[in-house]
Design a protein around this ligand. Sequence first.
Ligand code: NJP
Length: 262
Amino acid sequence: MRLKGRHVVITGASGGIGEHIADEAARQGALPVLLARSEGKLKEISARIEAQTGIRPRYARLDVGDREMVEAVFSRLMAELETVDVLVNNAGFGVFRYVEDIDLAEMERMFAVNVFGLIACTKAVYPHMKERKSGHIINIASQAGKIATPKSSVYSATKHAVLGFTDSLRLEAARFGIFVTAVNPGPVETNFFSAADESGEYVRNVSRWMLRPEAVAKRVVAAMMTPTREVNMPRWMDFGSRLYRLAPGLVETVAKRAFFQK
Ligand code: NJP
């Protein structure tokens, strides 16, 4: 009942974690709004959700890395919806490479989508939430935003940036009754790895403890409209990143082989 009739805007909703968040939010009675570049997929997902729940989610094409498009799409949405109760900044991608192999255009794109896009989407809804003294911004970051490992320097840097932004925003937003949550999953079984892990080596190495996207989505939706600081999963990885904060050198030594599994 907490989410009944609430507008939940999800970026990167055409697959993976974002699609499952839309499913679960609709099951809880929320009104999801689906955003991504693949409009055809959004249309199919919207029709499927309507067939399953009776709720027909709105959808719109959005490249979060395109600043003008973010402004245009969100101003249209705000005019149509009047309120956005929850924004889930989920759109993102990673490419795992050693530093010497980093392509600088790819690096800029990763920052444009994962960091600047997330900030631009946040800024598009924040003034309205501030005015209403209510709302929730949920940023899908990563355990890679807590521990940086080989071959993920740029991806990890984007997620560290997301966590820095999120922590600062949480303090500012609390003054207006707005909740801010960071979600830090470990590896999740989605299409993410078709771009991130070209060789397939990482997926082979970690497949036995990959999270299901449905499980991540359930935790995200359970946190909606509650003052949840962070969602960290799986539990053992959360424990590892807490330990890393206390003794980074020790963890790097002990887990060196595991860190090079990409
Ligand atoms: O990945 P995937 P996930 N503008 O590839 C969209 C983080 N994460 O669900 O635009 C707008 O299945 C894309 O749609 P489309 C990860 O960093 C993951 O796993 O149509 N949308 C698709 O819907 C990311 O922030 C893992 O191509 C854009 C969606 O994003 C979030 O979880 C672990 C876009 C990506 O779906 C969702 O990733 C972790 C753009 N420019 C954090 N570019 C993991 N999977 O292991 C992409 O710790 N999208």
